[in-house]
Write a protein that binds this ligand. Sequence first.
Ligand code: NAD
Length: 488
Amino acid sequence: MNTVSEAIKQQIPSISSGTSELDTLQGIFNNQIKGYDRDRYPTFNSRLHHLKQLYKLIDQNSEELTEALNKDFGCRARHETEIAEIIGSLSSIRYQIKNLHRFMKPQRRRTSIWFMPATGKVQLQPLGVVGIIAPWNYSVHLTIAPISAALAAGNRVMAKMSELTPHTSAVLKRLINESFPPDVLSIIDGGVDVSQAFTALPFNYLLFTGSTNVGKKVAMTTAQNLTPVTLELSGKSPVVIAPEYDIEEATLRTLWGKAFNAGQTCIAPDYVLVHKDKLLEFVRAARKAFNTLYPNGLDNADYTSVINKHHYERLTKLVNNAQAHGSEIIVLGESLEKSNKLAPTLIIQPDNESEIFNEEIFGPLLPVFTYEDIDDAIKQIDVHKDPLALYIFSKHKAQTEYITKNVRSGSVLINDTLLQYLQNDLPFGGVGKSGQGKYHGKEGFEAFSNKQAILNQRGLGNFTGIKLLYSPFTAMSKLMQTLIRKWP
Ligand code: NAD
């Protein structure tokens, strides 16, 4: 009996037995397990080879991937794809290549004097076969960045891409099939039922990027196999603009971060907090910033569409609902409904009954709230606890330190938006409701590794001081215990 397959069918009743997707998933998984059993600790050279292959594949096919993303979005600004998907992916692979030797090197650890001459070290061991689930909003980068960390750490990898970017998934799947044996790296496409079956595979580790609601379901499914999981989730990321900061500059940088990819970025500024005396200045600055960023309006290839009609309508409903609750709506450009292009829109002080107040926006709508003082701003942020990102515009170190220490967030960026994501050496991830676990940086390599603790008892001949603790217990054992208790 095929136990994994049976377990999946029991957990996911919507998957009927014998479906070709399930058989394919199962077959790839079984082959990866066999591959892992053949080579449980790939050499530096073999990992380097895989990373270089991945780099070449993205670099040489960037045009085809850009085209596919454009098809999936209806319109995906080329420059945004280049920055966020292509450069983002290449730089995360390059980071692993550059640091591979250092990351693979076991780390020496201190050994207590009583255990000398034993030595301790931590070896980062591949976990085995790992799964990656990616969302649609940056479907190349959010697939490739975790793959590069997982391959660097010596794992076999299966990555499930989103059903909302089928053209991009098809291209990446074909390219990876051409360059990698499927028992090393495989891309899986298909619908939510495939994602569910994928999640139920007994991976040695799973990294999920997506919404908080689906993340909860993923955590419940992976718990059945005790598969450790990193959850990269969503949330409402605030921007706080201190009263003395140049409002035009802060607004330009905030609007850039909000309008990039039409706000469909997990760390996009969700809402902004401005000092109560600066609201009008902010609105004026936002109009100016829009004209600076989009001098030709939105009816061109430089502004990205909302991914589909469903999400376009969801966003327009959020605006209508806020208006019905008494918010002033300030539209900064002209939307183009036929191409799902939604203009950046300010929503002034939505009340806490408005849907936009409570939901992650994930689109180019920007609620603007006012605060009395910094403690009031923090109190307002606390209503949406654990943001994925926190943005602070301030010139005062004491002020930024006060805010960063009092707001629990996955990351902080001072005086700009979005850029922390592209820093490969900084760990990335959420906290609490916005996620658990980190990747990027050394933390990414570690996330996909078992930190194997190794103590080498190198006694001289048959002698080791620790034998003084063996029975029969003598006055010497008592003395040793007293010493170890005092100086462990
Ligand atoms: P989603 O949660 O709907 O889907 C994400 C992935 O999960 C898709 O590949 C989908 O096929 C799969 N999936 C759907 N239902 C599933 C289930 N029941 N079991 C297992 N897998 C399932 O998210 P989305 O709409 O693709 O992406 C947008 C969301 O992702 C936003 O909430 C955004 O904030 C979040 N996001 C987070 C990060 C981050 O790094 N924290 C990055 C990008 C996007």
